[in-house]
Design a protein around this ligand. Structure first.
Ligand code: AMP
Length: 398
């Protein structure tokens, strides 16, 4: 059964076409710089295409993807039985992936105020697909869903309770599909049941978050009401004293939009290094450039603080897992964030750590009480799997 997975950002669409349940990737690609003078279309399947063209909006982008699939991989549109959409914010309502009906669209719209930078674009993709694939089952998979198991003591902010009751201000957490995927994979690797494991999952990519997974369920996570809270990221500050924001407003007379731009786009690795948000550009300068070195050291220090606090929260930890572009590819971050934790039963094998780059592997020493793994994330495959199951439920087998 062919399942398409769509991930719409503000100016991009990423897609992957799978044959399920075999989990075979048939083709994948992206449309980038949507709405700009020149957009870029990339397609990798039976043919490989990289070309510049003008794509005005998400619907046009999806049409281009659909036509390219028709020309190369499928005979007709109906061959695609399900489309899984990544949706960033599902609020408290959506605890798992769900078939998209009118009422679901309305609820995603209602949650847009919680994720104004993401949900409207996710919706544009959903609406475009519903138009172009009218007979295909559409499924929404929420970044927040995995974290809906968090207890109140971890998700409430210590501000007046009425702010939660009236405005739903609380921690929601993100990257849930990735944290869930690597937590389940860890259970498989360790030969444990999926609800029989405590893991600390570190998703370190463009955005970074860490989750304390207790008995297979999210118990606490570093991102909050928005993806700004928690770890230091490429361009986001992560945790910051809210007083800094008040001072920027009242002391420096900055506008809310300017502060948002600073905290979301100009901070993090980029803000401190003053060079780049990308580890590929920063690593060659580590130890040579003072601000680059400081940025990376701060990144690892913040990560280590969270790992330590989640070890305390969980008590018994089976494994610490690294995933995402940085987690999978940067041994330096793994080594620095776990150094001197031997007393807590975390012993990294420095040689194995250097070997495991961009692939799955164990990087802890034999005698380490807590196992350490690198597990490449595969959010799209997880979404494809959920979509496949929902399609099967909605089309009874003859
Ligand atoms: P993601 O959002 O998971 O795709 O991660 C993107 C980030 O991962 C980039 O901004 C880089 O900082 C980092 N990254 C990806 N690939 C590599 C690599 N081969 N070496 C070092 N850093 C990488």
């Amino acid at each position: 059964m062919k399942i398409l997975v769509i991930n719409c950002g503000s100016s991009s669409i990423k897609f992957k076409l799978f044959e399920m349940p075999e989990e075979n990737l048939i083709s994948y690609g992206s449309v980038e710089k949507i709405g700009e003078e020149i957009s870029i279309f990339k397609y990798f399947g039976k043919v490989n295409i990289v070309k510049e063209m003008k794509i005005n909006n998400h619907e046009q982008g999806i049409e281009l993807i659909a036509n390219t699939l028709l020309e190369n991989e499928i005979k007709n549109i109906e061959e695609i039985k399900g489309i899984g959409h990544r949706v960033v914010h599902g609020g408290e309502r959506f605890t798992g992936s769900i078939k998209i009906e009118e009422e679901v669209i309305k609820e995603i719209e209602q949650h847009s105020f919680l994720a104004p930078l993401h949900n409207p674009h996710n919706l544009a993709g959903i609406k475009g697909c519903m138009k172009l694939f009218p007979h295909t089952v559409q499924v929404a998979s929420f970044d927040t869903a995995f974290h809906t198991t968090m207890p109140k003591i971890s998700y409430l902010y210590a501000i007046p309770y009425s702010f939660y009751e009236k405005y739903k201000i609380r921690k929601y957490g993100f990257h849930g599909t990735s944290h869930r995927y690597v937590a389940r994979r860890t259970a498989e690797i360790m030969g444990k049941g999926k609800y029989d494991i405590n893991v600390i999952t570190c998703h370190l990519g463009n955005g970074c978050s860490i989750t304390a997974v207790k008995n297979g369920k999210s118990y606490d996570t570093s991102m909050g009401l928005t993806p700004l809270e928690g770890l230091i990221m490429g361009t986001r500050s992560g945790d910051i004293d809210p007083g800094v924001i008040l001072y920027c407003l009242e002391g420096l007379n900055l506008k809310p939009s300017e502060i948002s731009e600073i905290l979301n786009k100009k901070s993090g690795l980029y803000g401190i290094s003053e060079i780049s948000n990308d580890f590929r550009n920063l690593l060659p300068l580590y130890g040579k450039n003072e601000k680059v070195t400081l940025a990376i050291d701060m990144f690892c220090y913040r990560l280590k603080k969270y790992i330590g606090s989640y070890m305390a929260v969980l008590g018994k930890v089976d494994a610490i897992v690294f995933t995402g572009g940085i987690g999978e590819n940067v041994p330096l971050v793994r080594e620095k964030s776990l150094e001197n934790l031997e007393i807590f039963g975390v012993i990294i094998d420095k040689d194995k750590n250097k070997e495991i780059v961009g692939k799955e592997g164990e990087i802890s020493k034999e005698e380490s009480n807590i196992k350490i793994f690198v597990i490449p994330t595969n959010e799209e495959l997880r979404i494809a799997f959920d979509t496949y199951q929902i399609v099967r439920e909605s089309i009874p087998e003859k």
